[in-house]
Design a binder for this molecule. Structure first.
Ligand code: 4AD
Length: 457
């Protein structure tokens, strides 16, 4: 069907006085004696275009056109309406798909919880219209950022034999269910599709490092899977992961790249999605625009893990989880540091080696590794990264301490044998970035189909 995007009509005054055809879904409809109005939305913009039906001119339309959710194609003349917004004086109204009264989105506002029960329809609300456009603009901005800095985009495998984070959160990939007929686990895996235990990747980093050792600077942007049994507003079992990896770089360059990328991407969102950000500012987080503007114009904070523990201990706060050097920072601690102490985005660096992954560069103190997390107010951790251990012997000993099967990581270890270089990178949780940028507080509301414990649709 040849038609014009409603977004185009709103953004170009040249449409005034011309005849256009628009297609969309009826959002509101009002009928009076001489005139009827339909607000039509086609998903290209938050704005609805008002269709004016002048009954005195004998314009024909069916009752079905006045039903919320009906899909329509309307041809008419664009005129300047009230508040300078374009409207369409209808000449022809075709109902493409009728929408019966059981259509659930009849009210003007629904709770996000209610909308979560209908992932297939919630995109037709203003909130999800705005969320998914910001998501799309953010994805394009991320690609643009890395492409402009000579990073090569690589696609790392989703099915893998090695658990990158070593946290035992891999979903298993199998074509045969395990049965008691197998006495030994190895025999079962030997019969399975790959002849080995396989799972869905929790991170593309290990293969990302392989690519960075050839192409210098790479990034991945794809799904990661985690069978974490944590039913929180910040965790999903399938999330989108942006993972740059930089050769010939130490931790400060990793941090610099993360800050520059976040600022550039948010700057682009502010520029390209002003309507959407204003909408979120009004309905979800008062002061959001200012928060984002401040973020891109100020330096991020930086604190070591050890300093952060000190700050938390001296805070006098009554945390649910005890604060001890050596224990991981909990969400409440991360939020205290970014919201109460720094009141902005803050990098926490150099964590105890015991609570971080095997691949991180071991610091000279023998106790910490060159890790970095980026914490932001309202969400907590959105980035986790590190400089990688580039020394073969040190890496092997870290793996042995963790009782890892070295055979599964022979490619990874080879990188430390053949022209090893200092390198590092990070992982950005794409949904967490979208939460921060939109002020939406539950990760289930920034992804089309959230996968969480006990929930798949
Ligand atoms: O801190 P994580 O576990 O780091 C890694 O996976 C590294 N291999 C990344 C790297 O250095 N290339 O995860 C990185 C980010 C987290 O900061 C978080 O934003 C996001 O991934 N993330 C999740 N997002 C949603 N749901 C989950 N279950 C997530 N787990 C991690």
């Amino acid at each position: 069907m040849k038609h014009t995007d409603i977004k185009e009509i709103f953004s170009d005054k040249a449409f005034i006085g011309t005849t256009v055809t628009v297609c969309g879904w009826a959002r509101t409809a009002r009928d009076s004696k001489n005139v009827a109005f339909i607000e039509l939305n086609d998903g290209t913009t938050l704005k609805h275009i008002q269709i004016v039906i002048d009954k005195e001119k004998g314009i024909e339309y069916s009752d079905e056109a006045m039903k919320l959710g009906a899909s329509l194609c309307v041809t008419g003349t664009v005129v300047e309406g009230r508040q300078g917004n374009p409207e369409i004086n209808a000449e022809k109204i075709d109902v493409i798909g009728v929408c019966p009264p059981e259509y659930p989105l009849q009210k003007k506002r629904h709770t996000l919880e209610f909308l979560r029960t209908m992932p297939h329809l919630r995109g037709r609300t203003n909130t999800f219209n705005a969320v998914f456009r910001v998501r799309s603009v953010a994805a394009a901005a991320i690609h643009r950022y890395f492409q402009s800095k000579n990073f090569t985009y690589v696609n790392t495998p989703l099915i893998t034999g090695s658990d990158c984070e070593g946290a035992g959160e891999m979903f298993q990939v199998t074509t045969i269910g395990y049965t008691k007929d197998y006495e030994k686990e190895e025999d079962y895996y030997a019969d399975d599709f790959f002849g080995k235990k396989a799972g869905l990747s929790v991170s593309g980093q290990l293969e990302g490092e392989v690519a960075a050792m050839a192409f210098g600077k790479i990034y991945t942007f794809g799904p990661s899977f985690r069978a974490e049994n944590s039913n929180t507003p910040r965790h999903v079992a399938e999330f989108w992961h942006v993972e740059p990896e930089i050769a010939f770089a130490e931790l400060p360059e990793v941090i610099e790249t993360a800050e520059d990328m976040i600022k550039t991407v948010i700057g682009e969102i502010l520029e390209k999605c002003p309507e959407e950000i204003k909408f979120f500012d009004e309905h979800f987080e008062k002061g959001l625009t200012q928060k984002l503007t401040d973020l891109i114009s100020n330096d991020f904070g930086e604190v070591t893990y050890t300093e952060a523990i000190d700050i938390l201990k001296k805070s006098g706060e009554d945390f649910a989880y005890p604060v001890e050097w050596g224990a991981d920072l909990q969400t409440e601690h991360e939020r205290y540091i970014s919201e109460k102490v720094f009141k902005k985005a803050v990098f926490v660096t150099n964590y105890p080696k015991e609570i971080k992954s095997f691949y991180m560069k071991q610091n000279a103190d023998g106790k910490t590794v060159a890790a970095v997390d980026l914490l932001v107010p309202g969400v907590g951790e959105i980035i986790g990264g590190s400089e990688r251990e580039a020394d073969y012997d040190k890496l092997v000993s870290a793996m042995k301490e963790r009782n890892m099967n070295l055979d599964l990581y022979s490619d990874y270890l080879d990188l430390r044998k053949f022209g090893s270089v200092p390198h590092g990178g990070f992982g950005l949780g794409f949904e967490r970035l979208i939460m921060y940028v939109t002020g939406i507080s539950n990760i289930r509301d920034v992804i089309l189909y959230p996968r969480t414990v006990g929930n798949i649709r």
